[in-house]
Structure formats: structure tokens, C-alpha cells
Design a protein around this ligand. Structure first.
Ligand code: GLU
Length: 314
């Protein structure tokens, strides 16, 4: 008798470093649509690893905005900062395989070394400087007291996967950071551990993260966890084709509420739905209606351009 496959659970995993803007909300809606269409669970995880940038007030505001949009989720919201022991255990597992080394390079040193390096690695990738340190150079750095990050020796592996929207993607993985020199787990480690522990079957997120995926697949493989499927969705850009930001005008629900009052959330949802080809301009919609119309194969593949005036002009 064959096993019955579980539907691929999904998630939205914002970093609480500021309010969500329409681009983030559009990604959240898409992650919800993918999961709910598969009749799967949809989870929310707060990626608050960076103590300098994460704020509880932003977390509360982000969750409130998801609710205002009409998105629901299953179970309790998980905070990445409360999962340190799991991240530490994964680090130790990788360390035991002999593939972890300390790295003392500053950002400027990495930039310089990366621009001088030639080979199969992508631009800006870490060329492995500290992996090749001689005994004396290593001892000198150890003695300097400068805190080290911990990197994975990726062994120059080429990792490929098939993204639901982008098709086949392949890259040579560089020696990524597993643990930062401020003592916190790195995103590329934590995200793999957390997605695996939460049994996420399909990761739906912005396509600015497409290039991180081969790294995460390698980490997952070395940890022996199942690989999720991926759908990297197009971002929302400002009229200048730069990533959406405050300067582009009314980009958050609070900005819209200041101009539109209680209609802010429905206006935002209408704009998002239209940008996804799921509704006509300014049509009043609900997440349930969008779910009935949603067809992943028909999703636009191009970034959406945000025009504040169009949202505010109704
Ligand atoms: N926390 C990340 C962000 O807000 C998203 C990570 C992910 O979806 O894998 O950009």
C-alpha cells in the first residue's frame, strides 16, 4: 500500500525590522494562496535572529497587518530567536563532519578578496580566504581576540534545483557563514533547521532570495533533512524599478490608513490582487475569492511596479 503524501505545508517568515510594505504583503498573500490551494497548513515564523534590527513592536505590527489583510495561519507563531538550541545542535552536527572553520575576515576584506578571485563562484561570493590560512596566520588571528564567524567548507559543490516559477537553477555554493561573529546563528543555517523542524514542504518567498537557495539546499543535505520545494515569486518595485521602500510613498498599511482610513486594507488587497492578475482594477476582493481564482501556472513572472498615486486615487 502506498503512503498518502502530505500536502506541502507553507510559511511566511518575515524579519521584524520594520513594517511590512505592499511587496512583503503580496509575498505573504502568495505564500498563503499556495499553501491553502494545496489544502496544506500555513505557518508564520518571525525571523528575529538579528538582535540589533529586530523589534517586538514590528513583530506585533506585522502580525496585525496579516490579519487586517484577512490572512490566517495555523498554530502558534514561532520566533527564531527562541530556537537557539536547535540551531546550535545543527552547527555541532556540521562541525562534527569537519566542514566548519573560523573566519576572521571583515566585510571590506571579503569584498576585496572576492573582487580579486576568479573562478566559478558568483560575484561577491566568499573565496575561502580563512580556509587556506597557514598555521602562523591562523594563530595570529586567534591571538588577536577578534571574534570569528564560523563558515561551512562548501567544497565548491554545484547545487541545482527546479524552482516552480524560475525552472532549473544551479550555482556553485561558496563557503557560507553558519554562525556570525556576534554569536548569533546565520540566516542560511537557521532557515534550513526551522523549515525542516516545521516540516515545510514548499517555500514561497521573494525572488531576491533565489540565489541563497543552493546554499540552503547544501546545508540541508549535509544535515540530512528533506529538501522543500521552492517558488520564488517576483517582487514589487517602485516606479524607478528599485526595490520598494519608504521613499516610494504610501507603501505600508499604516501609510495607506493615514490617507484612506478604514479602507486601507481592502485597497491594499485590491491593488495586490490586480497586480497578480487575480482581479480587475479596484475590484473588491477577499482572500477566499482570490483562492478560488488562484492558478500558480498563470502567475506573472515579472516584477510588479507600484504606483502610490494609483492606490490612492480611487
Ligand atoms: N526573513 C526573510 C526576509 O524577511 C525571509 C526568509 C525566507 O523566506 O526564507 O527577507
Amino acid at each position: 500500500m502506498g503512503a498518502v503524501a502530505c500536502p506541502p505545508d507553507g510559511r511566511f517568515a518575515p524579519s521584524p525590522s520594520g513594517p511590512l510594505h505592499l511587496g512583503n504583503l503580496r509575498t505573504a498573500l502568495l505564500a498563503w494562496l499556495f499553501a491553502r490551494r494545496a489544502r496544506a497548513r500555513f505557518l508564520v515564523r518571525i525571523e528575529d535572529l538579528d538582535p540589533g534590527r529586530s523589534r517586538r513592536a514590528h513583530e506585533a505590527g506585522q502580525l496585525a497587518d496579516l490579519r487586517r489583510l484577512g490572512l490566517d495561519w495555523d498554530g502558534d507563531v514561532v520566533r527564531q530567536s527562541e530556537r537557539r538550541e536547535r540551531h546550535r545542535a545543527a552547527l555541532e552536527q556540521l562541525r562534527a563532519s569537519g566542514r566548519v572553520y573560523p573566519c576572521w575576515c571583515s566585510r571590506a576584506e571579503i569584498r576585496e578578496a572576492a573582487s580579486a578571485a576568479h573562478g566559478p563562484l558568483a560575484d561577491g561570493a566568499y573565496p575561502g580566504t580563512c580556509r587556506r590560512l597557514g598555521a602562523a596566520a591562523r594563530a595570529e588571528r586567534e591571538a588577536s581576540g577578534r571574534p570569528a564567524a564560523l563558515r561551512l567548507d562548501a567544497g565548491g559543490e554545484r547545487i541545482g534545483f527546479v524552482d516552480r516559477l524560475h525552472g532549473p537553477v544551479e550555482a556553485v555554493v561558496d563557503d557560507l557563514v553558519l554562525w556570525r561573529n556576534d554569536g548569533t546563528p546565520a540566516y542560511n543555517l537557521a532557515v534550513v533547521v526551522d523549515d525542516a523542524d516545521q516540516r515545510i514542504g514548499e517555500v514561497v518567498r521573494g525572488d531576491d532570495l533565489l540565489e541563497t537557495t543552493p546554499r540552503q539546499l547544501l546545508v540541508g543535505r549535509l544535515l540530512g533533512v528533506p529538501a522543500p520545494r521552492y517558488a520564488h515569486v517576483p517582487l514589487v518595485l517602485g516606479a524607478d524599478r528599485q526595490r520598494l521602500a519608504k521613499r516610494h510613498g504610501a507603501v505600508t498599511l499604516d501609510d495607506l490608513a493615514a490617507a484612506r482610513g478604514p479602507r486601507a486594507a481592502s485597497d491594499a488587497l485590491a491593488w495586490i490582487a490586480h497586480s497578480l492578475g487575480l482581479a480587475s482594477a479596484r475590484e473588491a476582493v477577499t482572500p477566499a475569492l482570490l483562492l478560488a481564482r488562484f492558478d500558480p501556472a498563470a502567475l506573472p513572472r515579472e516584477p510588479a511596479l507600484f504606483d502610490a498615486a494609483a492606490v490612492l486615487s480611487v
